[in-house]
Design a protein around this ligand. Structure first.
Ligand code: GLA
Length: 431
């Protein structure tokens, strides 16, 4: 290569490097032109693992207030929840006081949020946490407060100015078009509109699509800028209510919808089977009779196996030791947050007993056994049935007992109480 050509090549490499670092290039008039899309900061780098946090709806509903949010942030930061990865504090519906008729700006309920949302977001940020808020793609929210329809840019800008890091965007008061197809189209358009408005603010904001599943948001959620999308209706504080037609549903139904959608989840976009009911114990806003400790543990286990967002839905200021042990089990959280970003899937189902498998980083795999029966059962499954290599030696770790277990090679087995889920991480033993 001639020296001149070599120099040109070197110069080009330097320019390319500069260009990719600054995102700017000189145009012929000598002015800097933005070459990276301004939407970059809200891209899917934001939710490389499923978001973790707390949401006000399940425990407080319309009684959410700045006092509650501040005390929740204090608890999140001080109780160990933040240390295991819980980050977002999200105010759900009914924070709004209204929309100012002259400015068109949303404002919070002055009685419950006297200091305003910006001050509250600052408080949450000072604790090293992130702050989320709620709105709706229709004219009104599900709690009959002003929705963002027609005000998408204005609201997104306001949220960004307030310091919002996460927006849950609901789908009440969105009148259907004449046909089902158009209803689909309308949802995509409305969610894209807010997705674009959020991106245009330049602030990284996790975008949580809450359309409940009827228009298959797992097919278009990422495309419109979403980082998570609800796959089913609202999970209330009970184990089961079979049909996913309208809220409320139980843990089991919600899990079953998400369990068949593994191909749509991955870094940057997650199936969202709704918030955790763990620790509610039939208190708060979504009472349903309550679950027992085993069922709450099963929800945590299955949500982690399904790489679901982990949004706590109980009053963490009043958590008892059992609830803490469920929510702060780092071993199960590590399965949810695994860097590989694969959602688990069902590999076995017979007589009310099921096995799920979630590939993990470093050639490990999580296996969960679930007993749906109302009686205790024992499950024994061969590695072949679990789609594992039968000749490989695995080290088996029980993530709830926090101990290694010894089993004959080629088989996994476990005793399961009614509705219990037991979870194991298998790693290959080097020969
Ligand atoms: C819908 C959502 C819930 C909650 C309420 C608030 O039902 O699915 O998660 O946000 O609205 O009104």
């Amino acid at each position: 290569m001639k020296k001149f050509t070599k120099n040109v090549v070197v110069l080009n490499i330097i320019l390319i490097l500069l260009f990719s670092i600054t995102g700017c290039a000189d145009n012929s008039s000598g002015k800097k032109v933005a070459t990276q899309s301004p939407v970059k900061s809200n891209d899917q780098m934001l939710a490389l693992t499923p978001p973790m946090g707390w949401n006000s709806w399940n425990p407080f509903g319309e009684n959410v207030s700045e006092q509650v949010i501040k005390e929740t942030a204090d608890t999140m930061a001080g109780s160990g929840l933040k240390d295991v990865g819980f980050t977002y504090i999200v105010i759900d519906d009914i924070w709004q006081g209204g929309r100012d008729s002259s400015t068109g700006l949303l404002y919070p309920d002055p009685k419950r949020f006297p200091s305003g949302i910006k001050a509250l977001a600052d408080y949450v940020h000072e604790k090293g946490l992130k702050f989320g808020i709620y709105s709706d793609a229709g004219t009104m929210t599900c709690g009959d407060r002003p929705g963002s329809f027609g005000y998408e840019e204005k609201d997104a800008k306001l949220f960004a100015e307030w310091g919002v890091d996460y927006l849950k965007y609901d789908y009440c008061y969105c009148t259907d078009y004449a046909s089902t197809n158009n209803d689909y189209k309308m949802a995509i358009e409305r969610y894209r509109k807010m997705g674009n408005a959020l991106k245009a603010t330049g602030r990284p904001i996790v975008y949580s699509i809450c359309e409940w599943g009827p228009r298959s948001p797992w097919l278009w959620g990422k495309e419109v800028g979403g980082h998570l999308w609800r796959t089913s209706y609202d999970v209330y504080d009970f184990w089961d209510k079979p049909r996913n037609e309208i809220s409320p549903i139980g843990i089991q139904t919600s899990m079953d919808v998400a369990a068949s959608l593994e191909r749509f989840a991955g870094p940057g976009g997650w199936n969202d089977p709704d918030m955790l009911v763990v620790g509610l114990k039939n208190t708060g806003n979504i009472k349903g009779g309550g679950c027992n400790e085993i069922e709450y543990r099963t929800q945590m286990s299955m949500w982690c196996m399904l790489a679901a967002p982990l949004m706590i839905g109980c009053d963490i200021r009043k958590m008892d030791e059992t609830t803490k042990a469920i929510l702060m089990n780092k071993d199960i959280i590590d399965i949810d947050q695994d860097a590989l970003g694969k959602q688990g899937f069902r590999v076995y189902r017979k007589d009310g007993l099921e096995a799920f498998k979630k590939p993990l980083s470093n050639q490990r795999v999580a296996i969960a056994f679930l007993n749906r029966n109302s009686t205790d059962k024992k499950i024994t499954i061969s590695y072949l049935d679990l789609e594992l290599d039968p000749v490989v030696n695995y080290f088996v770790y029980d993530v709830w007992k926090h101990t290694a277990i010894n089993l004959p090679k080629g088989t996994l087995s476990a005793d399961l109480k009614s509705h219990e889920c037991r979870v194991f991480v298998l790693s290959v033993v080097e020969k």
